[in-house]
Design a protein around this ligand. Structure first.
Ligand code: NAD
Ligand code: WQD
Length: 345
């Protein structure tokens, strides 16, 4: 049955892809975003792909009254909460900003949802909650490690808020999706990741380097205890990740016996090293990638990848796209940005 879904942070990278998948599944989409890390033109791009335009309100989620207006104006059935600051390094420099935006946005959303009797929520969590796990692959029952950044701590705090709140019997059905490393772009190359300034993350740095915007990729460490010495992550195509939100929503709406609060790993289940990503990119894009091995990046863990069996079984979802799909779509998107919008940062 068609639902009207509020996407906070919905003009962002993962939110925009999720809007497309929600439309494809027959739902309506309302986006609330302050555009602090995204562009309003994303709405045109979503419309071009989907043939439908999301309703949009420019709003800082810290504004509770403004948020209540959104619930008053639209007949919201469910919310997916993407809105957050997401840079690990920036969170170390500006911890109060991160606690303010990331924690207060969730609190405001829960207050507004309670007032307007909306009881279905999907929350953007992160594999960062696990730190460097002792056993791999990491399952949902693996305990959290102390957070290594204020950003990571906000994700742990938000999950704890959802756990505690769901125990009060308010009737909220909440699901945290613990994303591993989302990469890639929609096959249309109309939406993708738009990092401001110099990218922190591996794949945008690779595509900008291949496009000639950066001189070379720095590979942070080749002395890890892995087959080729470089660090291992579980990269997941953003479209597969977006589909997981549609599945999580279906579960919350139609699975009365599910616990009030649940959390799932959303990855592929495979670990890939930095060197393997570089080689796969060169093969997928057909261009060489200049790189240099440098020292380890402070705060990086050696390796993490997901046990996705619970998400596969309970959400009836699995990642389908390959590493080559991820990297070729990221490259198409990079070329689209270069053609349409000029270089970023
Ligand atoms: P993004 O920055 O592209 O999207 C976040 C959106 O939220 C942006 O459009 C931004 O303008 C908006 N926003 C920020 N603060 C806001 C506020 N106060 N009020 C309203 N809107 C606000 O990031 P993304 O990669 O799409 O991430 C979405 C969510 O997924 C975030 O919660 C992030 O922490 C989480 N996550 C991301 C990754 C990743 O690697 N991209 C990994 C794990 C978890
Ligand atoms: C991947 C690998 C780097 C850049 C971060 C956040 C995490 C989550 C996802 C939100 C690592 C190496 C990178 C470069 C490199 N986000 N690398 N050269 O660090 O796994 O996770 O994004 O929740 O919280 O910490 O992702 O893409 O930055 O790095 O060698 O220029 O690539 O060392 O091994 P990471 P990443």
């Amino acid at each position: 049955m068609s639902k009207r879904v509020l996407l906070t942070g919905g003009t962002g990278y993962i939110g925009s892809h999720t809007a497309v998948e929600l439309f494809a599944a027959g739902h309506d989409v309302v986006i609330a975003d302050d555009l602090s890390n995204s562009s309003v033109t994303v709405l045109d791009r979503i419309s071009e792909i989907s043939g439908r335009r999301p309703d949009f309100v420019k709003l800082d989620l810290r504004d509770l009254n403004g948020l209540k207006q959104v619930f008053r104006r639209f007949d919201i059935d469910a919310a997916i909460h993407f809105a957050a600051r997401k840079s690990v390094g920036e969170s170390v420099e500006q911890p109060l900003l991160y606690y303010d935006v990331n924690v207060n946005s969730l609190l405001n959303l829960l207050v507004a949802m309670a007032e307007f009797k909306v009881d279905t929520l999907v929350f953007s969590s992160s594999c960062t909650v696990y730190g460097q796990p002792d056993v791999l692959p990491v399952s949902e029952s693996t305990p959290f490690q102390p957070a290594s950044s204020p950003y990571g701590n906000t994700k742990q705090i938000c999950e704890h808020i959802l756990r505690d709140y769901s125990l009060t019997g308010v009737g909220l059905k909440a699901i945290s999706l613990r994303y591993f490393n989302p990469v890639g772009a929609h096959e249309s190359a109309l939406i993708g990741e738009l990092p401001l300034g110099v990218p922190n993350n591996l794949v945008p740095f690779i595509t900008q380097t291949a496009a000639g915007l950066r001189e070379r990729l720095q590979v942070f460490g080749d002395d890890y205890d892995t087959a080729d010495g470089t660090a291992i992550r579980d990269y997941i195509h953003v479209v597969d990740l977006a589909r997981a939100h549609v599945s999580a929503l279906q579960r919350s709406l139609h699975h009365p016996n599910a616990a009030n609060y649940e959390y799932f790993n959303v990855g592929t289940g495979s670990g890939t090293s930095v060197m393997e990503v570089i080689k796969a990119f060169e093969a997928a894009a057909g261009v060489p990638l200049p790189y240099k091995i440098v020292g380890r990046r402070a705060g990086d863990i050696e390796q993490i990848y997901a046990d996705t069996s619970t998400a596969n079984a309970e959400l009836d979802w699995r990642a389908e796209k390959t590493l080559a799909d991820m990297l070729s779509s990221a490259w198409q998107w990079q070329q689209h940005i270069a053609a349409q919008d000029g270089p970023v940062g």
